[in-house]
Design a protein around this ligand. Structure first.
Ligand code: AMP
Length: 294
């Protein structure tokens, strides 16, 4: 059945409460997105629809998290196709509000600050991005919360590793009554992590972009085989690829995102870590990551 599309907070809350009551349901799963959905979002939507009595997808291109107005303007908007994909995934409700509905009094004057963790990696090249992202996530987690005592779960992709860690920290540090469920990265067959921005890559840039997952897999194999992490080699691989401008490649602690000790470059790898990478490929900024386990 096609999901019901609602555009106001009042309609969303009434529809979700109605479905929960009708189904004598006890859980609601929320999938926050900016639309232009692909199979990566579908994995989140299927997980939410499969494990909860009622599922809601949120589609909202949040101006607060875009530093650059051009990037905001050209962000793809494909609502009809998104609703069709969400129908396939079994999602019940789509909440697609206007900017005025979300921020009726204009840009919020009180915001969440992501702190020091929000200033590294993506935060370093996109100042204010995570404050904006966390502020809208906080709002939507409140807006979409089911009536007590229903269980509330929200699904986030590991594709945006830093965002996921920050959302988990916000929920723990500020006592939000919601369980955050991480969903693994979905990749194309050629290894490229799916992203709504991939559609802006030319065929040559797309080929260049494949170096990101290649470099991650190279480090993953070294970690699995207890070898020292050849971070310089992985960076050089990316730097030599056509159309690709490396921003950062860092190996970090998966929970705190603190950089790993320098000696991981020299001593056999043990334990767990996460490699984060970001690069400009032609006109598009891409991010990717991969867990390392020995
Ligand atoms: P976005 O619409 O790009 O803001 O993403 C919405 C959600 O989908 C975020 O939690 C992303 O991490 C997740 N997501 C985006 N791409 C992927 C992917 N390739 N695999 C898994 N999750 C993804």
């Amino acid at each position: 059945m096609s999901p019901r599309v609602v555009t106001t907070q009042a309609d969303l809350q009434e529809a979700a409460a109605g479905l929960l009551a009708e189904r004598r349901g006890s859980s609601l799963g929320l999938v926050p997105t900016m639309g232009a959905l692909h199979s990566g979002h579908a994995a989140l939507a299927r997980a939410a629809a499969g494990s909860n009595d009622v599922s809601v997808a949120w589609i909202f291109v949040n101006p607060l998290q875009f530093g650059d107005a051009t990037d905001l303007d050209r962000y793809p908007r494909t609502l009809d196709a998104d609703v069709a994909l969400l129908e396939d995934c079994g999602v019940d409700l789509v909440f697609a509000p206007s900017v005025e509905e979300v921020y009726p009094a204009g840009p919020p004057r009180v915001r969440i600050t992501a702190g020091e963790l929000g200033e590294r990696f993506e935060g370093a090249s996109r100042p204010g991005h995570f404050d904006g992202a966390l502020t809208v996530v906080a709002k939507l987690l409140h807006l979409c919360a089911p009536p007590a005592p229903a269980t509330y779960r929200a699904y986030f992709g590991q594709k945006d590793a830093q965002q996921l860690v920050l959302v988990q920290r916000m929920v723990a540090d500020l006592n939000f009554a919601v369980e955050i469920v991480p969903v693994p990265i979905v990749r194309a067959e050629d290894g490229l992590a799916l992203s709504s921005r991939n559609r802006f890559l030319s065929p040559e840039e797309h080929d260049g972009a494949l170096v990101l997952s290649r470099a991650l897999r190279y480090l993953e194999a070294r970690a699995r085989n207890h070898e020292a992490l050849d971070i310089d080699g992985a960076q050089a691989m990316i730097e030599s690829a056509p159309h690709v401008q490396l921003d950062y490649l860092e190996v970090v602690d998966p929970e705190t995102l603190a950089p790993l000790a320098e000696n991981c470059r020299r001593v056999p790898f043990r334990g767990e870590a996460l490699v984060l990478v970001a690069a400009a490929v032609g006109p598009v900024r891409l991010i990717d990551n991969m867990p390392l386990r020995s």
